[in-house]
Design a protein around this ligand. Structure first.
Ligand code: ADP
Ligand code: MG
Length: 256
């Protein structure tokens, strides 16, 4: 059988086996292997490595697309010099993802624009690249979904916002919520407690959460679960969005 026929047959086998990257690079890899006298082993190794890398990239891209992340920014894009009071070491140590393996939580607190969402997104990105399931939502959105499930009599356990290894609940406390909604949110956190990780961002100090949750008993129970295995990162600084617009020294948001 001629080489061309064999290549055709290999190509159709690769298509059937869903190994498209190997099909794309096959002829090039054969040519260089012949030119450089590569061994069968390194030839096959190169082909398989490329296919694995391509599939891995596709997996990350697809997961990121369906994760609900509002933007994709890594920790490398975060300028720590802009936030000198932020404990860089503490943030960087989260990036090893131990907190997810240990089912712990992270809470980013601070005024608008200090980078809470950016830091939460960078954790999600890292987790996704490490093969963990991620889901991003705002508290308002999440409560809407929990309510829908509740009203339809569904437990909704199969949903990404319950079963992902890392769920980010952004903007907790931005919008006031009713008592029934509070209970749903409390139950959501209680269900994830010690089973999976949750990252929360909020512009409200914990002391203001009683008002948000109406009932001091609920807020105590809520914070008890949430804070038990958690890292709290309080960002006291200026809004990155307002940089350069508020004079050289910047303005502490608390002064506005
Ligand atoms: P927050 O969630 O605290 O309101 P964001 O994380 O949404 O703030 O930040 C607002 C914008 O500014 C985003 O585009 C974010 O990427 C950017 N940003 C915030 N802080 C920094 C920083 N220290 N370095 C680089 N970009 C930042
Ligand atoms: Mg935000």
């Amino acid at each position: 059988m001629s080489n061309a026929l064999v290549i055709d047959r290999i190509q159709s086998s690769l298509t059937r086996l869903r190994l498209p990257r190997m099909g794309e690079i096959l002829e090039r890899v054969i040519t260089t292997a012949e030119e450089q006298g590569k061994s069968y082993l390194s030839f096959l190794d190169e082909l398989l490595e490329e296919e694995v890398a391509c599939k891995e990239q596709r997996r990350v891209e697809t997961s990121l697309k369906i994760s609900g992340l509002p933007f994709i920014k890594s920790i490398d894009e975060f300028d720590f010099t802009f936030q000198p009071k932020l404990d860089r070491q503490k943030v960087m140590s989260l990036l090893d993802l131990t907190f997810i393996r240990e089912k712990g939580n992270v809470i980013f607190l601070g005024p608008p624009g200090v980078g809470k969402t950016h830091l939460a997104v960078s954790l999600a990105l890292k987790a996704c690249q490490a093969g963990m399931s991620i889901y991003f939502t705002t508290m308002e959105d999440l409560i809407g979904k929990l309510k829908k499930d509740h009203d339809a009599g569904r437990r909704g356990r199969g949903r990404s916002y319950h079963k992902s290894a890392l769920v980010i609940v952004d903007e907790v406390g931005y919008t006031p919520i009713g008592r029934e909604e509070c209970n749903l949110f409390f139950r959501f956190i209680a269900n994830r407690y010690e089973k999976a990780s949750t990252v929360i961002t909020s512009n409200k100090a914990f002391s203001d959460w009683t008002e948000l949750f109406h009932d001091p008993v609920i807020v105590t129970a809520f914070l008890d679960r949430l804070l038990h295995h958690s890292v709290v990162i309080n960002i006291r600084g200026n809004s990155y969005r307002l940089r350069g617009k508020v004079g050289e020294e910047g303005v502490e948001m608390s002064q506005i």
